[in-house]
Design a protein around this ligand. Sequence first.
Ligand SMILES: [Zn+2]
Ligand SMILES: [Zn+2]
Length: 283
Amino acid sequence: MPAEAENKWQKIYKFRGMDCHIHPDFSIDARGSVEAFVRRAIELGLSRICFTTHIDLDPHRLSADTYIRVGGKLRFASLEFAQIYRETVYEARRKFGDRIEIVYGFEFSYEPHFEDRVREFIRGAKPEFAIGSVHSVDGFEITSRRSVPAAARVFELRSFLRRYYEKILSLARSGLFDVIGHIDGYKKYLSRWWGFYAMERAEIEILEEIAPKLADAGAKFEINSSAYKRGLCAPYPSAAVSRILVSRGVEIGSVGSDAHSPAALAKNVESAINYTAWALKGI
Ligand SMILES: [Zn+2]
Ligand SMILES: [Zn+2]
């Protein structure tokens, strides 16, 4: 086996002991303070965690992530909030930084029509780590149980994937994010309509064209273990997707659990790493 091929799957092991996708209770659908997460991470022996509070700046919709919980009250996501959040993470770093690396970051919802708002927010909030995720396509929240049946009726599988990956490509070209979040996270519910393996076949076709462009844009993607809790047999992305991405030069940038409570911290991250190493061995 050539040395380069050998390295591709071994590289993922450098992310062991990390969780870089965590929602503390600033997100209204999450439980557990920053400090509670840090204490749990130390208990688990993790070496690095990144807090990634959701921010959704889409002017067309008022989703849960448009609001942030601060001191028990709901507020619009703003730079003023970002300062409070950053200070909370820095405080945890001052207290526990000798035992674990603690990173201040966000997970941004992304679509091209509000890229400028995201850019402006990032300029003001200066995160140390930013995930960019496409959570909705043409008004359909594709990772929401409520919205998916309608999306599956409106779209045909290939036209949906094409539309989605166009947005992923402009996300990558924006240069705003360190990693693409849960790149095939739409499989969570849509695979019940279209079938997991039928989706993988269609993804391969589309990514043959898109993956080299993502590589040119310098994009990286995360391995996200939250898929397992939805009963999927693979993390995000599944084997076919991570194979085609990595073989076309798109690198893995982080691993994360997408935990919304301290009890879920780092859950299945080790399995997701082992699965991805297995998936990449063949390329
Ligand atoms: Zn997300
Ligand atoms: Zn998330």
